[in-house]
Design a protein around this ligand. Structure first.
Ligand code: NAD
Length: 336
């Protein structure tokens, strides 16, 4: 971008376009452009903001998480914000991610990573008090989400009570609600037969199904939950593992479902091998994934690295290239 005035103009265009796409995607569960197009515009915005830091504003889509919660739902304030993830679209950005962390930590030793599939659904927070599920919420804009307790209670693999007795008194479990691919196909066939709206993809179907005012509709939809982290924890912190992968195992011991494809890697090069392995598995899975997530496994390192505006410094989503079918589905869906 050659001049400040050209950059100012382009930033304004991108901000208003992306804000509108965010509204359609997060608030209406009804995207009007493929994700790859959205990602391309966001990347362009971030690059211009990097070149002209004086043009970066706090209302920029590059600084924000998700969308405003729907007012029809009671609101839930997240005591620990639910953030997004930074993205890497190629090997160089993965290596740069590791280098950034090492520079910040002023250390060059190998970092261990928790490696996880990036499930393409909707982020959900589940609050357990004394082992009982008391609240379910969407991520919303990261600080305030929607209370969807009645709806999460209908999801078959979400435990209403935790197993055992080693869990903290108050513990927030975070994860993704997804719709299986075959469940999605069946649902769309049924919707079409009944003359109702068909969904663009399993992610939008999952989001639309979860954000229903009538939980009987949610109960009839093929949704599943997989956990990927802890949020708020009160009481008995000492019994928590000191690695992220160890904490995932604890969540599994308490009865929460984990993705099968989890692993631990030493250094970015092993992470890239994991990326390739999961990319090969991608088509054989019964749910959509749009990449893999790498998180520095050591909790002390995570705490030292901290967060920026919308994402932790210690994690990254290494995205897969956009899938052609998704674009085709969207084209069909939005033909007039
Ligand atoms: P994101 O989906 O790229 O990454 C953050 C999310 O990943 C988390 O909130 C969580 O829900 C999810 N996740 C899945 N597996 C995880 C794991 N193992 N560990 C941690 N998190 C995991 O970020 P985002 O800000 O929610 O959304 C951006 C995505 O939404 C992009 O893919 C973008 O293309 C799409 N989008 C599309 C449109 C559109 O109009 N098509 C608009 C807005 C956003």
């Amino acid at each position: 971008m050659a001049t400040l005035s050209a950059a100012t103009l382009r930033i304004e265009q991108l901000k208003s376009q992306l804000t509108e796409y965010n509204y359609q995607y997060y608030v209406l569960d009804n995207p009007t452009v493929p994700d790859a197009e959205y990602d391309r515009l966001l990347l362009e915005l971030m690059e211009i903001e990097k070149e002209f830091p004086q043009l970066l504003s706090s209302d920029s889509p590059s600084q924000k998480v998700g969308g405003k919660p729907l007012l029809q739902f009671a609101q839930v304030e997240h005591e620990v914000p639910m953030l997004s993830l930074d993205n890497a679209f190629d090997e160089e950005s993965m290596l740069a991610f590791e280098k950034r962390m090492q520079d910040r930590l002023k250390r060059s030793d190998v970092i261990s990573y928790s490696c996880e599939p990036k499930l393409d659904g909707l982020a959900v927070s589940l609050l357990y008090e004394n082992g009982k599920l008391v609240r379910g919420a969407t991520r919303g804009d990261g600080r305030v989400g929607e209370n969807i307790t009645a709806n999460v209670r209908t999801i078959r693999n979400i435990p209403l009570s935790l197993r055992g007795d080693s869990f903290p008194q108050r513990v927030e479990v975070r994860g993704e609600v997804i719709m299986t691919r075959d469940g999605f196909t069946k649902l769309n066939n049924k919707q079409a037969q009944d003359g109702k709206k068909v969904f663009a993809n399993p992610r939008n179907a999952a989001a639309g199904s979860l954000r229903q005012l009538d939980s009987r509709i949610t109960a009839a939809r093929p949704l599943l939950f997989f956990t990927y982290s802890l949020g708020l924890v009160e009481g008995e912190q000492e019994s928590l593992a000191q690695t992220h992968s160890g904490r995932l195992q604890q969540l599994s011991d308490w009865g929460l479902p984990l993705s099968k494809e989890l692993d631990v890697a030493q250094g970015a090069v092993e992470c890239l091998e994991y990326y390739k392995k999961i990319a090969q598995l991608r088509d054989s899975l019964n749910y959509d994934i749009d990449g893999v997530v790498f998180k520095a496994d050591n909790i002390a390192l995570q705490e030292e690295l901290g967060f920026v505006a919308r994402a932790p410094r210690w994690a990254i989503a290494h995205k897969f290239p956009a899938q052609e079918e998704m674009t085709l589905v969207l084209d069909v869906e939005f033909q007039v």
